[in-house]
Design a protein around this ligand. Structure first.
Ligand SMILES: [Zn+2]
Length: 95
């Protein structure tokens, strides 16, 4: 996890420093406070950076429809065709 890298961004404790989403909203799982930015942003940053924990969680959330704008950056290797099946396969079990 890379949350600590973003600690200094959290001057405004009530809104994400990246997207201005209100943090800590129980009705919004993406609003979890990750040191001044929301999990919605943090998860995508972590996933893009290759953090396996963040990436796994983001995949689950994408499969659940929580991240409609997220698109996994598939490494340019031969298995790009598996992207769609990965999202489906990870949906129920790894939350
Ligand atoms: Zn955000």
């Amino acid at each position: 996890m890379t949350h600590l890298l973003f600690g200094e961004a959290g001057r405004n404790c009530s809104a994400c420093a990246v997207c201005a989403r209100a943090l800590g909203q129980h009705a919004d799982p993406m609003s979890l406070d990750c040191g001044g930015i929301c999990w919605g942003c943090q998860g995508e940053i972590g996933a893009a950076a290759g953090d396996p924990v963040d990436l796994a969680q983001v995949r689950v959330e994408a499969a659940q429809g929580l991240r409609p704008d997220w698109c996994e950056k598939v490494p340019k290797v031969s298995n790009a065709r598996t992207r769609r099946s990965l999202l489906v396969d990870h949906a129920p079990s790894e939350a």
